[in-house]
Design a protein around this ligand. Structure first.
Ligand code: SGN
Ligand code: CA
Length: 521
């Protein structure tokens, strides 16, 4: 009898300590970042352009962030911000060209010190050997869509196939065979897609054959009152190449457009079998394009439709990959204790203002998708309306992991915010952009956004201010700077902008210093 009672006590204690252990177990992290993925192209955001059931699942079972922004809308700087939790002028990576200092702290390094096993897979676009990871398998620079090279722990290797599926396979392989199963893990799984030149996977060539995409209201923008916007080189009509971007690489070489050589190079990367399938899809489109001889508005609209078809098709493969990762977590009993984040390095223009690309502080490129699932803490179907930014990712993930960076971070943890507690949350966010002179001709600028207003200063070879009332003018077509009706709002926004610059350590003197930075290719 006593013996039985003793066994019973032991079992109860074991169950109890097992429960406590599970409760306190550090969460795993799967951080998914794609490249140039516009929030308009995620069905959870309700824009009705495409279907992304797997990405949507993260929000349905977790949280959707409605006001998620970057601090600098371009690739490599955005990744540096994401890793370090600091603005570009503090972490030093201000544009795609200057060097990134891997010696500074990043959240993966902190987690690694905290006994996490860590991996970085896919696009990172930061030169130098990544620090903070037990395993790395990354694309060199921008990477290639077809038959890409990867650099596995410093060694270059070619992978036949399509980049998005390969990246997913490498991630699944690490989860299954390479990570230490006795440690919590942090996997950064970054897709190249849907970055330019939007080369779809063959199984999705025909996905949007019968779709006519709605034209954004401001597709034929005249940029009145917005000098910096008028100076752009991001126009679908004027700057997108039918051969390079839109794949009208005719075998006869009759279609004259920019970057034909680069288009040919991308085509030549494909195997004969891949080229055959490619041609079967694109050749009839090329033939019709040549017959139709479109011009002016008709050409602009044709380009927009073709662009959307290719861009959105590449996203379908990204969504498949997310599904495979979520299934893996399910199958292995990891869902409950794993934080899954889906985001992009910035937003993208899908014809708004007549554009593609990003860089501007206008909404479509300033905003970025953010969806997060953590069943243990986040209620399914949570919607977050507060202003969050990619400087917040590092502090938030470290907060969940109960870890502290050795350096002071500029972002805030939004862990409580997602639980519905938002006392004292910020009411304004700060933005900077530096890659000028540079591709797409977007002038240097900085600015502030509150829940309702936005103030931007374009500088360097221009000195122009813009003020938007986002409630009345969500498409940012009417610059209210200098408008008497907005006098007090303008004054107040200036004050708040200066306060933010002081808080984060930015200034005109800093801009002068950064202008002198030596460009490293
Ligand atoms: C490449 C693209 C540009 C793009 C930059 C930055 N041209 O240069 O259109 O703005 O990357 O993109 S491409 O012909 O090479 O595709 S970023 O996402 O890496 O910042
Ligand atoms: Ca990008």
């Amino acid at each position: 009898m006593i013996k039985h009672y003793f066994i019973f006590l032991c079992c109860t204690w074991l169950n109890y300590s097992h429960a406590i252990f599970c409760q306190n177990k550090a969460p795993n992290i799967v951080f998914i970042m794609s490249d140039d993925h516009a929030y308009q192209a995620i069905s959870a955001y309700g824009h009705n352009l495409n279907n992304t059931p797997n990405i949507d699942r993260i929000a349905n079972e977790g949280a959707l962030f409605q006001k998620s922004f970057v601090t600098n809308s371009i690739c490599a700087p955005s990744r540096a911000v994401m890793l370090t939790g600091k603005h570009s002028f503090v972490n030093g990576k201000i544009d795609n060209r200057n060097a990134f200092d891997w010696n500074q702290d990043n959240f993966a390094k902190t987690l690694q010190k905290q006994e996490y096993t860590t991996a970085l897979i896919g696009k990172i676009h930061l030169k130098g050997r990544p620090q903070g990871f037990d395993y790395t398998n990354v694309l060199p620079g921008q990477g290639q869509y077809y038959n890409p090279d990867f650099i596995e722990n410093g060694k270059k290797k070619n992978y036949p196939g399509y980049v998005t599926t390969i990246t997913t396979d490498i991630a699944l392989n690490w989860l299954q065979n390479k990570r230490n199963p006795n440690k919590p893990f942090c996997l950064i799984y970054n897709q190249k897609a849907p970055h330019r030149t939007w080369m779809p996977e063959e199984k999705y060539f025909h996905l949007f054959d019968d779709t006519r995409f709605p034209i954004p209201d401001n597709f034929f923008d005249d940029y009145k009152g917005r000098a910096a916007a008028a100076a752009h080189e991001m126009g679908i009509y004027e700057h997108m190449s039918v051969v390079y971007d839109l794949k009208m690489l005719d075998k006869e070489g009759e279609i004259k457009a920019k970057y034909r050589k680069s288009a040919q190079k991308m085509y030549n990367r494909m195997s004969e079998a891949q080229q055959k399938k490619w041609d079967t899809y694109y050749d009839p489109i090329i033939k019709k394009f040549k017959e139709d001889k479109l011009e002016g508005e008709a050409l602009a609209l044709w380009k927009y439709q073709r662009y959307m078809q290719d861009y959105l098709s590449t996203i379908q493969s990204v969504d498949d990959g997310v599904g495979e990762i979520l299934d893996y977590l399910d199958r292995n009993g990891l869902t409950e204790n794993t934080i899954v984040v889906y985001t992009s390095d910035q937003g993208f223009y899908l014809g708004e203002h007549g554009w593609f690309d990003k860089r501007f502080m206008y909404e479509e490129s300033f905003r970025t998708p953010l969806l997060m699932r953590y069943p243990k803490e986040i209620k399914a179907g949570t919607v977050v309306d507060a202003l969050v930014q990619n400087i917040d990712y590092a502090p938030t993930l470290l907060d969940y992991a109960n870890a502290n960076s050795s350096e002071s971070l500029q972002g805030l943890s939004f862990r409580d915010l997602v639980k519905g507690v938002d006392s004292g949350w910020r009411n304004a966010i700060y933005y900077t952009y530096y890659e000028y002179p540079g591709g797409h001709h977007v002038k240097r600028h900085y600015g502030i956004r509150t829940n309702r207003y936005k103030l931007i200063h374009f500088y360097h070879d221009i000195d122009s201010w813009e003020l938007y009332d986002l409630e009345k003018d969500p498409s940012e077509m009417h610059n209210r700077y200098g408008d008497k009706a907005y006098f007090s709002i303008q004054k107040n926004m200036h004050k708040e902008l200066e306060a933010l610059r002081t808080q984060y350590g930015d200034s005109d003197a800093m801009n002068q210093k950064l202008l002198k930075l030596k460009k490293k290719k």
